[in-house]
Write a protein that binds this ligand. Structure first.
Ligand code: GLO
Ligand code: MG
Length: 350
């Protein structure tokens, strides 16, 4: 059953951070942004997830042409290091114009800013060599329910999706759902919402989703099931593997570090459905613990990759015939013991 895919891994430069949180200052020195690229290959990664201003760090200060020149320079630097850009995401949550959201802001000027910046992110994506842009809809939502007309907000989101599809006939939009944080009630909280938007769009084949394990857990959903749902519609553009200890702030813990069995089930879904066969990346979105010292701090990334690969081994040695027999006999108690013992590496008594 397993396809023996050689998985390709990616992460974003923001995954190497200075350890600040809302309650305290940074705990580590900043590691030079572009020097981070040299860390990828030795750790077994080849894809870089970019925000538009990770490609062009001073984006607000340069003109459109300068931004594209910089993006093609970055592309050359990546080529030289055997790296590829996986996607570019417009970082709409930092600008003064997007305090109350971008595409769904109540201000027409701010909505225009968000659309213009998104179209520029499409051009940056093409110049840096990728056809995918990610919509993580950070501030598209409400802090109080009465603040926005929610039906109108969803219509506005669809309008932006269509504008982008029309602007570049090859671009793909991957929507990354998340139910809350930074907003209280986020628009497009689940995979189902993202996929509905895709089907409502003018070219649904070019609208997919990025599923982040922690975001699914924050919506009280099972990440593996969310991935399977997207795969059933051929809409899993990428994944952001990590972990999350229940319904609290977004933790971005190392994959499998909280719920090993749920992590195993995510790997099983990817393995059994040939994920990666068309070059899709196994993307990570993990944060190092604030307490960790070093320069740079990258163990959380190499550990997550290793845990994923260890679970791939577990997925490949999981006896599918035996699973089928338990299913056939409807002996789910037996199946559960087999699965847990398989994960524990103990002698199977089931
Ligand atoms: C935050 C998101 C964020 C996105 C990134 C790429 O919760 O997971 O890290 O993945 O901005 O769009
Ligand atoms: Mg993410």
């Amino acid at each position: 059953m397993s396809n023996k895919t050689n998985y390709r891994f990616s992460f974003g430069p923001w995954n190497i951070s200075e350890g600040a949180d809302p309650f305290g200052p940074t705990t580590r020195k900043a590691y030079d942004h572009e020097s981070k690229f040299a860390l990828y290959r030795p750790m077994g990664f080849e894809g870089i997830q970019f925000h538009d201003d990770d490609v062009v760090p001073n984006l607000a200060e340069v003109n459109v042409t300068q931004a594209l020149v910089k993006a093609s320079e970055v592309k050359k630097a990546l080529d030289n290091q055997g790296l590829v850009a996986e996607f570019v995401a417009p970082r709409l949550w930092f600008a003064g114009q997007t305090i109350d959201g971008g595409y769904t802001s109540n201000s027409a000027n701010d909505r225009k800013y968000a659309l213009d910046r998104t179209l520029q992110a499409v051009d940056i994506a093409r110049s840096v060599g990728t056809k995918a842009i990610v919509f993580w809809l950070a501030r598209e939502g409400t802090y109080i329910r009465e603040a926005k007309d929610v039906k109108l907000a969803y219509q506005r989101l669809l309008e932006v999706v269509n504008r982008v599809l029309d602007y570049d006939k090859e671009i793909e939009i991957w929507i990354e759902p998340k139910p809350n944080e930074p907003t209280d009630l986020a628009f497009v909280p689940t995979t189902g919402h993202a996929i509905s938007l895709a089907y409502a769009s003018d070219d649904h084949k070019r609208v997919k989703t990025v599923i982040e394990s922690a975001h699914a857990i924050l919506a009280n959903l099972d990440p593996g099931d969310e991935m399977a749902f997207a795969l059933a519609h051929d809409k899993l553009g990428s994944v952001h593997l990590n972990d999350q200890n229940g319904l609290k702030y977004d933790q971005d813990k190392s994959f499998g570090s909280v719920n090993l069995r749920a992590a195993f089930n995510q790997v099983l879904v990817l393995e059994d459905n040939d994920y990666g066969r068309r070059g899709e990346f196994v993307g990570l979105d993990v944060k190092a613990m604030r307490t960790q010292s070093g320069f740079p701090v990258v163990k959380h990334l190499s550990n997550t990759r290793q845990i994923f690969l260890d679970l791939v081994e577990k997925a490949r040695s999981y006896d599918r015939k035996r699973v089928a027999a338990y299913r056939e006999a409807r002996d789910y108690e037996g199946l559960e013991l087999y699965t847990v013992q398989h994960l524990l590496g103990t002698k199977s008594t089931a």
